[in-house]
Design a protein around this ligand. Structure first.
Ligand code: NAG
Ligand code: NAG
Ligand code: NAG
Ligand code: NAG
Ligand code: NAG
Ligand code: NAG
Ligand code: NAG
Length: 675
């Protein structure tokens, strides 16, 4: 692929003798343009990546949202992709579903509706894209697939799209199938028919959101042979393809997307990765949209995929957030293009630089504007997390642009510049700096001298802005004591700092007026994405906690209740790694009056068990767990139930509450103090 496209009209003057490359590049639309540009996006979810964002105070939260979505301010994203929560774990946590069982329907849960509304408020043109990772158990009806009963899955997805429209005024532009799992053509056709029948003709299906080339080729071939399937699908979305697209899907002719990409720690190295793939996903792979997993790293330190977002907001109690360099790499493209613009064609405005790096150029449909983005990101220290990156080198180069066709009249371009220097370049970091204008030479050409690890935008638009809000507060450790009665939480929302990993937890009114409880909601075995087990867990606090006293009060007096509940310390892993993680978990079983103490979430290492004398068979039971100086004590309704020496590992971790098996349980409060 790369070779085919790198043979462009180049005037190769000199070369390696001086390790300076001088090359001329033609920008011309005379022989037509390239593909339509569909926009740059971020992904909230997959899963629970935005969890800690709602907990910021409103003023700071608004600032963060501006950096992500406000046009001509920061990342100015064109697309917001969100998870359609399924009440079970994926990625770095679990998100609520609109339908826990057949009799349930609720569109007030979770934070994705809110994020979509905040994005639309800032940019009414932003496109919305929904995709499930896990599905409510109602969909699978006991099977671990959304395709066994495709009519249920269709119903579930259509309801989500309807809820978005009717309850939140949100139009869903794109809908995916099942993240990084197998696809089913019967289901895809049924979904298309149902979208059309329910007035969502404009909602396009993106398939198959996978990273396996075999799937892409298989699907591309199936589409060639099956016109109904081909008509059903709007966009071909692939994940982590290392900027390449396989031949099958290119031949197939529809728009190709990097519908999930990046997934890299968001320092300068991450920014180099992002800047490079934003250009090269089109240069090498003809992909017309690139979507970052994730949108914002708003999950606890200690979760997997630390800070793999366009920016970081994981310290809501202090208000601290980071505007990472990835935001400004995004701005280089997003602030000077719009979905619906067109790429110029390869050989005439898109390609590789002879001295290393790449360039793309885009124009609006009227061809009155032109934006060129050029990057010279070096090979070392720019690899994205899941990327295969063949070797190459970048040398100093003099780049000359000759604008022809519709662009021949342009004599001046606005210049935006970034430098992501490596160690040899003293780590110089210049982010999205306005460098004024670049004037055409008398012969009409433009010349730039570029070195490794730079990004340039040259554009006829003068709308670029490097937005800035006041410096946010310094980060602080999670504050103790922490006491949450849940009574102030809006109904059906999650408490800000309690992060569901397995199962799903929402606040509902209970008993006496004004009292609310946190209910574990998942009652049916979900259709899973990562490995799950028969327990639910929500964690809070700090992965470094050692000596802590925690307390909760929990009732099982309701329909579909679970049989056991626990409070835990030292939970040392989350997201898809919750299963198999270690911890110190104190379970009680009101049905038979027993307790069990386990050393891991999977319940493989039993540390203690016995009768919990004070445990009531109904009503609220108060559970306490204390760790201090290497010893632990458990309490039921203030009576000491066990005492034991803590195992050496894990030495620290989060506090958690949860249930044995799927089933309801109501937690009245949680309190955590230093012991
Ligand atoms: C797709 O789902 C339908 C409906 O459950 C099923 O009959 C069919 O076998 C599935 N196709 C594949 C390839 O699994
Ligand atoms: C490339 O340019 C930089 C900055 O102008 C300079 O420091 C460096 O020596 C040049 N490298 C070579 C190989 O000419
Ligand atoms: C440059 O950054 C690298 C990687 O973060 C670091 O190891 C090195 O110490 C830095 N060098 C300078 C001169 O700051
Ligand atoms: C977690 O606790 C450690 C040890 O007390 C502290 O250094 C760190 O700042 C805390 N981090 C957070 C995010 O609370
Ligand atoms: C209990 O589960 C059944 C079966 O899924 C459901 O019909 C019923 O509404 C549930 N009750 C509650 C209170 O969730
Ligand atoms: C008590 O009940 C729980 C939940 O049903 C069960 O897992 C546990 O084995 C029981 N304990 C005993 C000693 O029977
Ligand atoms: C889950 O746990 C419950 C209670 O211990 C048990 O009844 C059920 O069979 C378990 N289910 C699975 C799939 O292991």
């Amino acid at each position: 692929m790369m070779d085919k496209y790198s043979k462009m009209k180049i005037l190769y003057i000199c070369c390696m003798c001086m390790t300076v490359s001088v090359s001329q590049y033609i920008f011309d639309d005379t022989n037509g343009l390239g593909r339509r540009f569909d926009g740059i996006g971020g992904l909230s979810g997959g899963g629970a990546t935005s969890k800690l964002l709602p907990g910021y105070n409103e003023e700071l939260r608004d600032q963060i949202l501006d950096y992500l979505f406000k046009p001509n301010f920061g990342a100015s994203l064109h697309i917001l992709k969100v998870e359609i929560g399924g009440g079970s774990m994926s990625g770095v946590g679990s998100e609520a579903t609109h339908m826990y069982h057949g009799g349930d329907l609720n569109y007030q849960r979770g934070y994705e509706w809110w994020i979509m509304k905040e994005a639309k408020k800032r940019n009414p043109k932003i496109k919305l894209y929904g995709l499930p990772w896990v599905f409510s158990g109602w969909v699978g009806k006991g099977t671990n697939s959304p395709y066994t009963y495709p009519e249920r899955t269709v119903d579930y997805i259509i309801k989500w799209i309807q809820g978005a429209k009717e309850e939140h005024g949100l139009t869903i532009d794109y809908i995916g199938e099942w993240n990084e799992k197998n696809y089913n053509t019967t289901y895809l056709k049924m979904l298309r028919q149902a979208l059309d029948k329910n007035g969502f003709e404009f909602t396009e299906i993106v398939a198959c959101d996978d990273y396996q080339a075999e799937f892409e080729t298989k699907m591309a071939n199936e589409m060639l042979l099956d016109p109904e399937l081909s008509a059903a699908i709007g966009y071909f979305g692939v994940h982590y393809s290392s900027t390449q697209s396989n031949i099958g899907s290119i031949m197939w002719g529809k728009q190709l997307w990097a519908s999930e990409d990046y997934s890299t720690f968001n320092d300068e190295k991450g920014a180099r990765c992002w800047a490079r793939i934003l250009n090269q996903n089109y240069v090498n792979g003809l992909m017309t949209s690139t979507i970052s997993w994730n949108l914002i790293a708003a999950y606890y330190e200690g979760m997997p995929y630390q800070r793999c977002g366009l920016m970081t907001s994981n310290n809501p109690w202090s208000g601290h957030y980071d505007v990472n360099p990835t935001i400004w790499m995004t701005a280089h493209t997003t602030q000077f293009t719009e979905p619906g613009w067109l790429y110029l064609s390869h050989h005439s405005g898109v390609g590789h630089l002879t001295g290393g790096g790449s360039y793309v150029s885009l124009t609006n449909p009227d061809k009155t504007e032109l934006t060129i983005i050029l990057e010279t990101i070096g090979h070392d220290d720019s690899q994205c997390l899941h990327e295969v990156l063949p070797g190459y080198s970048v040398v100093n180069q003099t780049v000359t642009f000759q604008l022809q066709g519709s662009f021949s009249h342009i004599t001046s371009l606005n210049v935006w510049f970034s430098m992501l220097g490596n160690a040899a370049q003293k780590n110089v970091s210049i982010l999205f700096q306005n460098k004024g204008t670049l004037q055409a030479l008398p012969d009409g050409s433009f010349t730039l001298h570029v070195v490794e690890n730079q990004v340039y935008t040259l554009t006829t638009l003068s709308s670029g802005v490097k937005g800035e809000h006041p410096t946010p507060p310094q980060p602080e450790p999670f504050p103790l004591p922490y006491i949450d009665t849940f009574n102030d939480v809006v109904d059906h929302q999650e408490p800000y700092f309690v992060a569901p990993m397995s199962g799903s937890f929402e606040v509902i009114p209970s008993g006496t007026a004004g009292n609310k409880v946190l209910r574990q909601m998942t009652i049916l075995q979900p259709v899973d994405w990562c490995e799950t087990e028969n327990f639910t867990l929500a964690l809070v606090g700090n992965v470094s906690w050692t000596d802590i006293y925690s307390e909760t009060s929990v009732s099982l007096d309701m329909e579909n209740a679970t049989q056991g509940i626990f409070i835990a310390h030292r939970i040392n892993s989350g997201g898809c790694y919750t299963v198999g993680g270690q911890g110190f978990l104190f379970y009680v079983f009101p049905g038979n009056g027993t307790y069990e103490v386990w050393g891991d979430s999977r319940r493989a290492t039993l540390l203690a068990f016995g009768m919990a004398k004070n445990l009531k068979t109904s009503g609220f039971n108060k559970l306490g767990l204390k760790a201090k100086g290497g010893f632990a004590e458990g309490y039921v309704n203030d009576e000491l139930t066990f005492g034991l020496r803590l195992p050496d590992t894990p030495a620290s971790g989060f506090v958690a509450i949860g249930t044995a098996g799927f089933g309801h349980a109501d937690f009245d409060y949680i309190s955590i103090t230093q012991s």
